[in-house]
Ligand binder design. Structure first.
Ligand SMILES: Cc1cc2nc3c(=O)[nH]c(=O)nc-3n(C[C@H](O)[C@H](O)[C@H](O)COP(=O)(O)O)c2cc1C
Length: 140
């Protein structure tokens, strides 16, 4: 089954808006997409690709994403990406990416996707493009 998982944690809806746009892109490319709050995340097995997002707080990922990253087991070349909204330094998407790589995921983008504050039109388009890439990575 071609299902992309987009898991996120967001305090003011900014990373959530990115997550919604990623799913929109994945669906436009013909994949199913689960949009999941990190607190509700259960398991990764049903996904052919995974995006994990968090805004940055005190230079770190938010707590539910931290827990999720700690609980994930080997990702065995699963296509994946990190993303998130930030205010000034934006470490969380980098932290997510490092952890996903450590778990053996295969990153579909070279650098994690970051949007300063509320994602504007350009950032939302980058999110949709990322969704398309994740969906396409499920086909091969
Ligand atoms: C208590 C607090 C700490 C923050 N720390 C950082 C930080 O260290 N680096 C950064 O880039 N942004 C920081 N931010 C800004 C948020 O990442 C930014 O507002 C982001 O757009 C929130 O997105 P969200 O609505 O998805 O949570 C902080 C915000 C708050 C409220």
């Amino acid at each position: 089954m071609m299902k992309v998982g987009v898991v996120y944690e967001s305090t003011r809806g900014r990373t959530k808006a990115m997550a919604e746009a990623i799913c929109e892109g994945a669906r436009s490319a013909g994949a199913d997409c689960d949009l999941v709050e990190a607190a509700d995340f259960k398991e990764v097995d049903s996904y052919c690709a995974l995006a994990v997002g968090s805004s940055t707080r005190m230079k770190r990922v938010l707590p539910m994403v931290k827990r999720l990253l700690a609980e994930l087991s080997s990702l065995d070349s699963l296509p994946a990406a990190g993303f998130g909204s930030y205010g000034w330094s934006g470490e969380a998407p980098d932290e997510i990416t490092s952890k996903l790589e450590e778990l053996g995921a295969s990153m579909v983008i070279e650098v994690p996707l970051k949007a300063k504050d509320y994602p504007g039109q350009e950032a939302l388009q980058q999110c949709r493009d990322l969704g398309v890439r994740l969906a396409k990575s499920c086909e091969v």
